[in-house]
Write a protein that binds this ligand. Structure first.
Ligand code: HXC
Length: 257
């Protein structure tokens, strides 16, 4: 990443931060001096992420918690606060997805994705609010499915549309406290679980998908981490309520007439 940001002395909490895009975001903060806490469902992923993030020399904490469980999420914030004080940057990135025709989705199949992606985001932001420092930056990870209807993604489309609106409403409600609330909408990002799950079986490396992106390449996890750094820096101090695609213009192309 060829941009310079300094988060020394800042406390960052990343939900879903033990793998994929969210781990790259956590690592970018750790490389720039922040104290970073990560949380996700599986203890083995938490342990591996804490070890990796610890190599950057800063303080690191990790907690196993399921974002579907509001009390567990609140417990993460209480633990981080008692160790480090208020939270300066909060990233809500936990997500779940699978391809399924709407006709093939059980009530529980639809619910589980809404519970993780939408209700989980609410839990993280709602439980986190009282622990945020004045001027904190809050970032949710959304997806192009929020605005682009996609086959076999009814559950994700519905959930992520909710995440977009939640972002805007909380920006309205929390602005008076100086808290900025934004969302990042990653496009097709290479080497991620999401991309692997959604890329066609005959195009596992995404070459055809990349050719269709206006910028003619897949995104990288660094592309997303760069945007998270920017949004959490003073350079973005007047940006709130924004849902920002980071997708090489892929979403725009998908909704062309
Ligand atoms: C139909 C399915 C299904 C499928 C699961 N279900 N997979 N239905 N087709 N392929 C149904 C199950 O039958 C069950 O309903 C219900 O969903 C819950 O499934 P469980 O496996 O019991 O749930 P759980 O263990 O909580 O797992 C959650 C999960 C799983 C979302 C289903 O895939 C998961 O844990 N994923 C986490 C990792 C992940 O998805 N990462 C990708 C994130 S990428 P019944 O009725 O049988 O009980 C991402 C980006 C989005 O989200 C945008 C990308 C561009």
């Amino acid at each position: 990443m060829d941009i310079q940001f300094d988060f020394s002395g800042k406390t960052v909490v990343v939900f879903g931060g033990t793998t994929g895009i969210n781990l790259s975001i956590a690592e970018a903060f750790a490389q720039r001096g922040a104290d970073v806490a990560v949380s996700s469902r599986r203890q083995d992923n938490v342990d591996a992420a804490v070890e990796r993030l610890g190599k950057h020399g800063g303080k690191v904490l990790g907690y196993a918690a399921d974002v579907r469980d509001m009390e567990a999420v609140a417990g993460v914030f209480e633990a981080v606060r008692s160790e480090w004080g208020p939270v300066d940057v909060l990233v809500s990135g936990a997500a779940g997805n699978f391809l399924a025709e709407a006709n093939g989705l059980s009530s529980n199949g639809f619910k589980v994705v809404v519970d993780i992606d939408l209700n989980g985001t609410f839990h993280v932001l709602r439980a986190g609010f009282e622990h945020l420092s004045p001027g904190a930056s809050v970032i949710s990870l959304t997806a192009p499915q929020a605005v682009i209807p996609m086959r076999y993604q009814a559950h994700v489309c519905a959930a992520k549309a909710g995440v977009d609106q939640l972002t805007r409403v909380l920006a309205l409600e929390w602005g008076a406290r100086g808290i900025r609330v934004n969302a990042i909408s990653p496009g097709a990002i290479a080497d991620t679980e999401g991309f692997t799950r959604l890329s066609p079986p005959d195009d596992p490396e995404g070459k055809r998908i990349a050719r269709n992106v206006p910028l003619r390449r897949l995104g990288t996890k660094d592309d997303i981490a760069s945007l998270a750094m920017f949004l959490s820096s003073s350079a973005a101090s007047y940006i709130s309520g924004a849902v920002i695609p980071c997708d090489g213009a892929g979403a725009l192309d998908a909704i062309k007439p």
